[in-house]
Write a protein that binds this ligand. Structure first.
Ligand SMILES: *[C@@H]1O[C@H](CO)[C@@H](O)[C@H](O)[C@H]1NC(C)=O
Ligand SMILES: *[C@@H]1O[C@H](CO)[C@@H](O)[C@H](O)[C@H]1NC(C)=O
Ligand SMILES: *[C@@H]1O[C@H](CO)[C@@H](O)[C@H](O)[C@H]1NC(C)=O
Length: 218
């Protein structure tokens, strides 16, 4: 009895969580964009459009580091040509709609933290990063988060662009190609599934058990 009640509650939560229907609540990259926009708004800066093509490219940007956390702080960064050569085709972004990046925030650390902590503790760490955050040239943003080989380290990446929101980083057919693991913003997808993020296996196992229980129970 107790167990079936538990299963019922889990199923209800699973199917009726508001997050499953909408943007942001179940996707750490969308949550990060929400934090960025609320901080900008409080600073009287404009709200940035959450562009899924740019979000997907932010995830590709992380991938270019191949899990090498120590290279994040240095001067090493993906070449400009990799946007057109690799990132755009991998995401299904039309190459001719790429626009200049007006700023980037990148951080990496060994433990997974919440998006608001990632924002205040590791992404915004000095006057320079605040300057990037509030830059007036940005019109849109894309964010991504990704673990490495199913665990640490965790990379967070925010890319800003000044391109026209409607006609830059356009996705072929309007949908981003599936890029896993990792989560990116703007795509209206649920990315709480930790397996996608690379956080670990047990949450996925719990998810599968709940899904099985629901399938059996309904
Ligand atoms: C912002 O725009 C101004 C004027 O167009 C330009 O001079 C400046 O370099 C831009 N800043 C960035 C970070 O792109
Ligand atoms: C915006 O973020 C910065 C960096 O974390 C913080 O110092 C500042 O207080 C924030 N502003 C608001 C209004 O939350
Ligand atoms: C985007 O562009 C299309 C075609 O130019 C236009 O019909 C549409 O209203 C625009 N949407 C926004 C949100 O600006």
């Amino acid at each position: 009895m107790a167990i079936s009640a538990w299963i019922l509650v889990s199923c209800l939560l699973l199917f009726f969580s508001p997050a499953s229907a909408t943007d942001s609540t179940n996707n750490p990259a969308d949550q990060l964009v929400a934090v960025i926009n609320s901080n900008r708004t409080a600073h009287k800066s404009s709200v940035l459009f959450d562009n899924p093509g740019l979000g997907c490219i932010a995830l590709q940007y992380i991938q270019a580091y191949q899990g090498q956390c120590d290279e994040v702080g240095g001067n090493k960064k993906p070449s400009d040509s990799s946007f057109a050569d690799t990132f755009a085709p991998n995401c299904g972004v039309e190459a001719q709609t790429l626009a200049p990046i007006t700023g980037r925030l990148l951080a990496c650390q060994s433990s997974y933290v919440s998006p608001d902590q990632a924002f205040s503790d590791i992404l915004i760490k000095n006057a320079r990063s605040l300057q990037i955050l509030y830059d007036k040239n940005h019109t849109q943003v894309g964010a991504a988060v990704r673990g490495t080989d199913g665990g640490a380290p965790y990379f967070w990446c925010v890319l800003f662009s000044g391109g026209k929101t409607n006609s830059t980083f356009v996705l072929e057919g309007g949908v981003a190609k599936t890029v896993r693991p990792g989560c990116f913003s703007g795509n209206n997808d649920d990315c709480s599934g930790s397996a996608r993020l690379g956080v670990g296996l047990w949450q996925m196992v719990v998810g599968v058990l709940i899904a099985i229980a629901c399938a059996v129970g309904l």
